[in-house]
Design a protein around this ligand. Structure first.
Ligand SMILES: Nc1ncnc2c1ncn2[C@@H]1O[C@H](COP(=O)(O)OP(=O)(O)O)[C@@H](O)[C@H]1O
Ligand SMILES: O=C(O)C1=C[C@@H](OP(=O)(O)O)[C@@H](O)[C@H](O)C1
Ligand SMILES: [Mg+2]
Length: 166
């Protein structure tokens, strides 16, 4: 089975994904890291030189490819990925989707100082609007786990216990 983590920037997709893949002993693919590896550019560099639309196309091609592979994996998606094209539908068809949920103030605290997320430059209020607009996409996931009150390890435990009921 594939497990795909979705949620807003700073919700812990990369952190929880790494731990979860180690627990399950399956490969981890972080879509941002994979795009950086394949293009030889950082995410801020891609946004600056090629534009966001180009980045969204790369995400789309990558997620289609990853979901068509037969092997088990944990996929940590970028925060915008499920909100473009029909990516969320595709994720739900081909993977067990988990929404890592957190209060906006907590998310903002985690991301506001980080220079690796170009959208943070929009400022707090526009990022809050983005968060509200994206929430309905994330809410279509099969499982929701709160990452503002749970440690990354506790989030992994919750996901594993849900999987054991499947
Ligand atoms: N469950 C959690 N509890 C506390 N801090 C967390 C948790 N998950 C992630 N973090 C912290 O939040 C920041 C963003 O995490 P990251 O995994 O990069 O999020 P995402 O990939 O969803 O943008 C990191 O500094 C990380 O250490
Ligand atoms: O929310 C977004 O649109 C983005 C989230 C980032 O990933 P994280 O959610 O892992 O920060 C990264 O894909 C890029 O900066 C755009
Ligand atoms: Mg990430």
């Amino acid at each position: 089975m594939k497990i795909a983590l979705v949620g807003f920037m700073g919700s812990g997709k990369s952190t929880v994904g790494k731990l979860l893949s180690e627990h399950l002993r399956v490969p981890l693919i972080d879509t941002d890291a994979e795009i950086e590896k394949r293009t030889g550019m950082s995410i801020p560099e891609i946004f600056k030189k090629k534009g966001e639309e180009y980045f969204r196309e790369l995400e789309r091609l990558l997620i289609e490819e990853l979901l068509s592979l037969p092997q088990q994996s944990v996929i940590s998606t970028g925060g915008g990925l499920p909100t473009y094209f029909n990516n969320m539908e595709l994720l739900n068809q081909k993977a067990f989707t988990v929404y890592l949920e957190a209060d906006f103030e907590v998310l903002w605290q985690r991301i506001s100082e980080d220079k690796n997320r170009p959208l943070v430059l929009l400022g707090k209020e526009r990022v809050r609007e983005l968060f509200e607009k994206r929430r309905p996409f994330y809410e279509r996931a099969k499982l929701r786990v709160k990452t503002d009150v749970n440690s990354p390890e506790a989030c992994v435990e919750e996901i594993l216990s849900s999987l054991s009921f499947l």
